[in-house]
Ligand binder design. Structure first.
Ligand SMILES: Nc1nc2c(c(=O)[nH]1)N(C=O)[C@@H](CNc1ccc(C(=O)N[C@@H](CCC(=O)O)C(=O)O)cc1)CN2
Ligand SMILES: Nc1ncnc2c1ncn2[C@@H]1O[C@H](COP(=O)(O)OP(=O)(O)OP(=O)(O)O)[C@@H](O)[C@H]1O
Length: 260
């Protein structure tokens, strides 16, 4: 009992530390002007486009940026121009699928408090194949303000986990990063779980270790914490292969990212 109480206290402390960092980073990022974000995004984009990892990848997973993130518009367009396959996140809840799940309790049980809140987002993120740049340009923002395929299109669209041409490079968003290549996201664990599944799927397809997908986070300058500060992590948080910031690349343990 004592050790499970300690574990639960540790988890609470970790959740609080992550929450505090998300809050302080959000306020730092609000202090950046649009011009600063654009300028830094261009520098990150040039570093990605100039890397040999980008040059040798034929299939890329790219997040579609929202405020407080490195903008990915130029990267998406470059990927299409260069004939790469482009996969984007999808996390809108599909009401068709929700209707098939067991009915909710009319009232939450008095104790313990409910852990699940109603949300317009799915439990798990998927990565769906975009057809072309025209389709990319036609995407509409979801309830969170992030552009993605409509729920109807998403139902019939190829998903990366089951694909033989799954992305070999994933460009990952985040709130904060540290010099050990750790990442803090928005708190749903979508990318942590998805990357773990993608690696599992690659192993199941007997993809060689050196061909497993490379995950690289894109960071605005304030998002990369100073050496003295670490992102709070637990056993589910895997360091990335690299973090590319406007004037610095952080390499994760055993990284296969190649700048030049
Ligand atoms: N541009 C971009 N796309 C992305 C991500 C991202 O971080 N950036 N994601 C990276 O994972 C996924 C979306 N992640 C999300 C994470 C949290 C919430 C959300 O609802 N946050 C609430 C608080 C939590 C809750 O209500 O449960 C909020 O902000 O109010 C939504 C989406 C997929 N696409
Ligand atoms: N690989 C995993 N397997 C199972 N659960 C996981 C995994 N990774 C994360 N989780 C769970 O997801 C929840 C949110 O995790 P966390 O706070 O690290 O999210 P995040 O990485 O900041 O968010 P996101 O990836 O959506 O940007 C936690 O309860 C965590 O335990």
């Amino acid at each position: 009992m004592a050790s499970s109480a300690a574990t639960s206290a540790t988890r609470t402390a970790l959740r609080q530390a992550k929450g505090a960092l998300r809050k302080s980073m959000a306020s730092r990022l609000r202090g950046m002007s649009q011009e600063e974000v654009k300028g830094e995004s261009s520098r990150v984009t040039l570093r990605i486009l100039g890397s040999s990892t980008w040059a040798s990848s034929s299939s890329v997973g790219i997040y579609l940026s929202t405020s407080g993130e490195v903008e990915t518009d130029a990267l998406c367009r470059a990927a299409f121009e260069q004939g790469k396959q482009v996969w984007i996140p999808h996390f809108a809840l599909d009401p068709g699928i929700a209707a098939a799940s067991p009915p909710r309790q009319p009232l939450p049980p008095p104790s313990p408090p409910p852990t699940k809140r109603t949300s317009s987002f799915a439990e798990e993120m998927r990565m769906l194949l975009l057809k072309d740049v025209q389709e990319y340009q036609s995407l509409k923002p979801n309830a969170y303000g992030i552009r993605e395929l409509s729920v109807e299109m998403a139902r019939v669209r190829e998903e990366a986990l089951a694909s033989r041409t799954a992305p070999d490079l994933i460009l990952v968003p985040g709130v904060a990063f540290d010099v050990h290549a750790n990442r803090l996201g928005h708190g749903k664990g979508y990318y942590d779980r998805y990357l773990a599944q993608l690696h599992k799927a690659a192993r199941a397809r007997r993809v060689a270790a050196e061909k497993e997908p490379i995950s690289v986070a894109l960071s605005l300058s304030p998002q990369l914490l100073p050496e003295s500060q670490m992102v709070p992590t637990d056993e589910n948080d895997r360091p990335l292969d690299a973090i590319v910031a406007p004037d610095r690349t952080i390499f994760g343990p055993g990284s296969r990212w190649q700048n030049a």
